[in-house]
Write a protein that binds this ligand. Structure first.
Ligand SMILES: *Cc1c(COP(=O)(O)O)cnc(C)c1O
Length: 383
């Protein structure tokens, strides 16, 4: 099956008892057993729920994996992957990382005796320098947030394999439509399905996908043991969102490309960070490992101040000021004060995140209206 067919059909069968074409919401905590040890494969809903099982199969297929394991949020999925590790293990992570993951690694897992190294992953030297006998995992995101840097997944996986280290890719920003890290050699893929996979800003959900049966068994064990499981209604919403993932992504990518071009030619703009530009340092790698360049982009203003940024963000009407990304509606955000507010200013500036940096999650509206909205906001007035 090709991607646009998988989103509708992979792992999805009409309900056996009624023929319902849509996966039912099995809103139950337990299942009646015929006799001791005799059941239909379901005993208690923390361990297994039929709505969740369908979603897990579907997600596994979308990432070309064998096993999907669902969690109540993207962070619960990240947490489960880290619990594959033990006291004394070390993880090397990209330094340009989702803030919630950074917080969990440093403030929670380091207390339990793990060690994390944060390095730029645009080359291999800095990763190699941190590898030692305790290194168990490399953790990366690409494109990165909010600077849209591109990391070469294949190159990093070859390095990891040579040292017998696992690779986990947080594929939230790209979505399985754009990029499939398991095909490039990664062992584990993590998603915040809250973003593109769910796609409608109406559910918090996470997933882990892998090919290896031993890793999958450990993840299912963690899922039932720690209990951060999604409810069946949330699984239904994610399944429903997935059915249009390919169409939404296609449009979001088209819109983002046109907006990036508009920004590049605008006299209020200083820099645009968008991997679809030929001059972007990661363009060739993005072209090789992604199907398109995504719906996310960032830019800085010539008036490179917080005030400059707030004037723009207060004057958009269609772009709503909000955290999150990947929904059908366009969002605008200010990483220096929002998602990356806890990073010291000098560290921010060192990676190009100046005071006016604005991030867009481009939705699937008519792009002409989106461009008009930005154009008006740059002239600092609301229509
Ligand atoms: C949002 C996000 C997460 C966390 O997911 P939640 O569903 O909010 O818990 C993890 N990684 C990335 C890249 C994200 O954007």
């Amino acid at each position: 099956m090709r991607f646009g067919t998988k989103v509708i059909h992979a792992g999805i069968e009409p309900d056996a008892s009624t023929g319902a074409i849509m996966t039912p919401i099995f809103q139950t905590s337990t299942y009646v057993q015929e006799a001791i040890g005799v059941n239909k494969g379901f005993e208690y809903a923390r361990t297994k729920n039929p709505t969740r099982s369908v979603l897990e199969k579907n997600l596994a297929a979308l990432e070309n994996g064998k096993f999907g394991v669902c969690f109540s949020s993207g962070m619960a999925a990240v947490d489960a992957v880290m619990k594959l590790m033990s006291n004394g293990d070390e993880v090397i992570s990209t330094n340009d990382l989702y803030g919630g993951s950074y917080r969990t690694f440093v403030k929670i897992f380091e207390r339990f005796g793990m060690k994390f190294h944060f390095v730029p992953m645009n080359g291999l030297e800095q990763i190699e320098a941190k590898i030692n006998k305790n290194t168990k995992m490399l953790w990366l995101e690409t494109p990165t947030n909010p600077m849209l840097n591109i990391i070469d997944i294949k190159a990093i996986c070859s390095l990891a394999k040579a040292h017998n280290i696992m690779v986990c890719v947080d594929n939230t920003f790209a979505s399985p439509y754009l990029q499939n890290p398991l095909d490039l050699g990664a062992d584990i893929v993590v998603h915040s399905a809250t973003k593109y996979i769910g796609g409608h800003s109406d559910v918090i959900h996470g997933a882990v996908i892998c090919k290896d049966e031993e890793i999958a068994e450990q993840l299912y064990f963690l899922q039932k043991s720690t209990g951060a499981v999604p409810g069946p209604q949330d699984c239904f919403l994610v399944l429903r969102g997935i059915k249009t993932l390919h169409l939404r992504m296609e449009r979001a990518c088209q819109n983002a490309r046109q907006i990036a071009e508009f920004l590049k030619g605008n006299d209020k703009i200083q820099r645009v960070f968008y991997p679809g530009f030929a001059e972007h340092p990661g363009h060739a790698i993005a072209k090789a490992q992604m199907r398109d360049f995504g719906g996310m982009l960032s830019f800085t203003l010539k008036e490179d101040t917080l005030q400059g940024a707030s004037k723009v963000m207060e004057n958009t009407r269609l772009f709503s000021l909000a955290e999150s990304l990947g929904g059908v509606e366009s969002l605008i955000g200010h990483p220096p004060t929002m998602t990356h507010g806890s990073i010291p200013r000098t560290d921010r500036l060192a990676v190009g995140m100046t005071d006016s940096l604005i991030r867009l999650s481009v939705g699937i509206e008519d792009v002409k209206d989106l461009i008009d909205d930005l154009d008006r906001a740059f002239r600092n007035h609301r229509a």
